[in-house]
Design a binder for this molecule. Structure first.
Ligand SMILES: *[C@@H]1O[C@H](CO)[C@@H](O)[C@H](O)[C@H]1NC(C)=O
Ligand SMILES: [Mg+2]
Length: 259
């Protein structure tokens, strides 16, 4: 009799403490939310910043906002960057599959090189994902090593274009004289074989904007009779100007801006 009562009392005590404890946990919740608020605010800001940059609403930016370092790192390394590139590549392939090629060998496609075909992410990791300003000498030294890895979805697009019969032109603002051989070697080592031409910046285009240089290259191709069906780049300056091609596709790049 006494034992049964003691047990009942014990059960009540447990319930009582459980109630107190859960109340305490519930009471903690607002504090826990308060604790994560700063990070959430930074994340939200950086997502807005990245969207504005990708949509070309923010232009001429020189560095990534330093509070977005971790955000950009997570975006680049955490899988979302690759998923975004993959998603866009699927759209491109669906467009490609609807094109009827002529048999004159003049159906053309333009791909940018840096952070379109091959990635500079490892270099930019050392530049705090673009929080540090552009360093021409540092980039040149990196490019000369020829170690940029292919961006897998774009590599698959490249193979598809070549196999479908497009003449693929790789157009890059890299300096021909100093980086030409390293760039050819890098592309080949990553499997970029079968393109029609790799066009680098020659001395006569030195100091010109990417828009001017690339527009002029595209004009020459159109004058040669090529029909530019598509144009893919990670910079808006790849996709602005003249003779853009029937469709342009912007790949993500939240690390740097090329005017
Ligand atoms: C592609 O662009 C050219 C030049 O602007 C145009 O003449 C042609 O009709 C376009 N083709 C298609 C299928 O949109
Ligand atoms: Mg590029």
């Amino acid at each position: 009799m006494f034992n049964a009562m003691a047990q009942r009392l014990q059960e009540l005590m447990v319930l009582f403490f459980l109630a107190i404890f859960s109340k305490a946990v519930a009471g903690l919740k607002p504090y826990a939310r308060a604790n994560i608020t700063p990070d959430t605010a930074i994340n939200n800001y950086c997502l807005s910043w990245r969207l504005a940059v990708e949509t070309n609403n923010v232009r001429g930016w020189r560095t990534v906002p330093v509070q977005c370092l971790r955000y950009i790192e997570a975006y680049m390394l955490g899988g979302q960057y690759e998923r975004d590139v993959e998603f866009i590549t699927e759209q491109i392939l669906s467009y490609v599959s609807g094109i009827d090629l002529a048999d004159d060998g003049l159906d053309a496609w333009i791909l940018d090189v840096d952070d379109t075909c091959i990635s500079n992410m490892f270099y930019y990791k050392g530049k705090r994902y673009g929080c540090d300003p552009y360093d021409p000498a540092g980039f040149k030294a990196w490019a000369l090593m020829g170690g940029c890895p292919a961006i897998p979805p774009v590599f698959r697009l490249f193979r598809n274009l070549v196999e479908t019969g497009f003449k693929v032109f790789l157009v890059t603002g890299r300096d021909q004289e100093t980086l030409g051989q390293a760039t050819v070697d890098n592309l080949h080592s990553q499997g970029f074989i079968g393109y029609e031409r790799l066009i680098l910046r020659t001395a006569s285009y030195k100091g010109q904007s990417a828009v001017t240089f690339k527009s002029d290259i595209r004009r020459q191709l159109v004058e040669e009779g090529y029909r530019i069906w598509g144009n893919v780049g990670d910079q808006w300056s790849d996709l602005q100007g003249e003779f853009l091609g029937n469709r342009t596709f912007k790949l993500p790049n939240p690390m740097y801006f090329v005017p």
